[in-house]
Design a binder for this molecule. Structure first.
Ligand code: GLU
Length: 467
């Protein structure tokens, strides 16, 4: 069988990472079976659908390099075909016009949410025809249940008692979701419908419509939802829940891809996969049946794995594309080469690109204050003099290399019988205002002699005033 799958987002809001994960599962499934991955924009809810959301969805698919294999189907452009199909079903007596403006008495007296079928076999009077109507599906009387073999959950059975003659077109003529999804999946020759678990309850209605339309049934797989760490549904308020936000925070496409696949799918204990490995290993059999909990720390860890393997030049390009287009314009202490060197050092500890941006922008500023606690810990009687003498020796360095700086520093400490950290921490404090961070020799080197000296003298001044 030719595998054809689709992702069918409604452009009524920002793409949620749960949606992107479903799209990724579809894409991997298609690639694994050398099939086709298609995209359909379900914009029939014209009031809530917005072009900006469609644009953002298409941009996200480019960003994550998961382009559809055929042109994108815009559902609203197929409305005439949908209406023709409904006419055909009307002629075949498989659906009917319902003129009841649903009132309480038209609902089943046993079950108030079900329609009582009043119009189902009614012969219409002239009068009725002026009223507006909806189109209802005639639930078959000759079967009791509908079941399907879900590729993730196994056999799922619905008793027909749970359904009523559901509406397939509204009174304004607009066909409803369950109908158009079937019409379009058949039109697009979809072999496997892989979608969120929230659509399980729609599936029996859709199966009945497939049968009424004499279409072959696709296979169904319902992917468990992403849960928040407390076990509830991942809220839209969680800022990492929107893909657009994740991009802005500086998650790399491959990292987000990797994290979202692993969320609810596993292949042994492996955490980091190339895309080719994922294509090779991916199977719906290893998608868990229950929801997977979103874990921001894990997502950051995965992102760090990807960030630390990129070159600084690539990271800078990604920062400018996704996080801060004006990033380079914001520096006054560092030039381009220094920024590249700093990115190279900071990428090792960066959990997002935004982390790199913020760290570098902080470094760019001469410290306005120095950590009180670090001053108490590291500035002892004598530190000021040692610092002055060290600065004098550093002033003599002609060739400002990391090696030369480290040699001077080490010799100085040895000569004065002090520990390297006793001076390294005050120097770090002078350069960046705090004592944690990257190696001090590297810092001095990248900062350049001029910038380092400027900050060291400023720190001396601060200490002098303090005493
Ligand atoms: N448009 C539906 C949604 O965004 C998806 C329909 C489907 O996958 O069958 O939830």
């Amino acid at each position: 069988m030719q595998v054809r799958v689709r992702f069918a987002p409604s452009p009524t809001g920002k793409l949620h990472i749960g949606g992107l994960r479903v799209a990724i599962f579809n894409w991997l499934f298609a690639r694994h079976f050398q099939g086709s991955f298609l995209l359909r924009i379900e914009d029939t809810d014209l009031e809530r659908s917005k072009q900006e959301h469609t644009d953002s969805i298409l941009k996200t698919f480019k960003w994550i390099d998961m382009n559809p294999d055929e042109s994108v189907v815009i559902q609203s452009s197929r409305i005439e075909e949908h209406k023709q199909l409904i006419d055909k079903l009307l002629q075949q007596d498989k659906v009917y016009k319902c003129f009841c403006a649903i009132k309480r008495e038209d609902l089943d007296s046993e079950n108030y949410s079900k329609y009582n079928r009043k119009c189902r076999d009614k012969v219409f009077e002239q009068d009725d025809l002026n009223k507006s109507f909806v189109i209802r599906f005639k639930l078959p009387d000759n079967i009791n249940e509908v079941s399907f073999d879900d590729l993730i959950h196994g056999k799922i059975t619905f008793n027909l008692d749970q359904l009523d003659d559901f509406i397939i077109a509204r009174s304004d003529g607009a066909p409803m979701y369950n109908f158009v999804v079937v019409a379009d999946d058949a039109y697009m020759k979809i072999s496997h419908v892989i979608r969120g678990e929230d659509h399980i309850s729609n599936t029996p209605k859709q199966i009945l419509l497939y049968k009424a339309l004499d279409y072959n049934l696709p296979k169904f797989a319902h992917v468990p939802l992403i849960l928040d760490p407390m076990g509830g549904k991942l809220s839209k308020r969680n800022s990492a829940s929107s893909v657009e936000e994740c991009i802005k925070m500086g998650y790399l496409p491959d990292a987000l891809f990797n994290y979202l696949v692993r969320l609810g799918w596993s292949h042994g204990d492996q955490e980091i996969f190339t895309r080719d490995e994922l294509i090779k290993y991916f199977s719906l059999d290893h998608v868990g049946k229950s929801g997977a909990a979103f874990d921001i720390e894990k997502m950051q860890w995965v992102n760090n794995q990807y960030i630390s393997k990129k070159t600084a030049i690539d990271l800078l390009r990604l920062i400018q594309e996704d996080v801060e287009p004006d990033f380079l314009k914001q520096f006054s202490s560092f030039n381009y080469d220094q920024i590249i060197e700093l990115i190279d050092v900071y990428k090792e500890r960066a959990v997002t690109l935004q982390f790199i941006c913020q760290s570098l922008k902080t470094l760019d500023q001469i410290p306005k204050s120095y950590s009180e606690q670090a001053i108490m810990e590291w500035i002892k009687p004598g530190t000021l003099d040692y610092l002055k003498n060290l600065i004098n020796e550093l002033e003599l360095v002609q060739d400002w290399t990391e090696n030369n700086i480290s040699d001077i520093f080490k010799q100085f400490c040895k000569k004065n019988s002090i520990k390297i950290s006793d001076l390294a921490q005050p120097v770090r404090l002078a350069l960046i205002g705090e004592t944690s961070g990257i190696g001090v020799f590297k810092l001095l080197f990248i900062f350049s002699k001029e910038e380092s000296m400027k900050r060291l003298y400023k720190f001396l001044e601060f200490l002098n005033n303090k005493v």
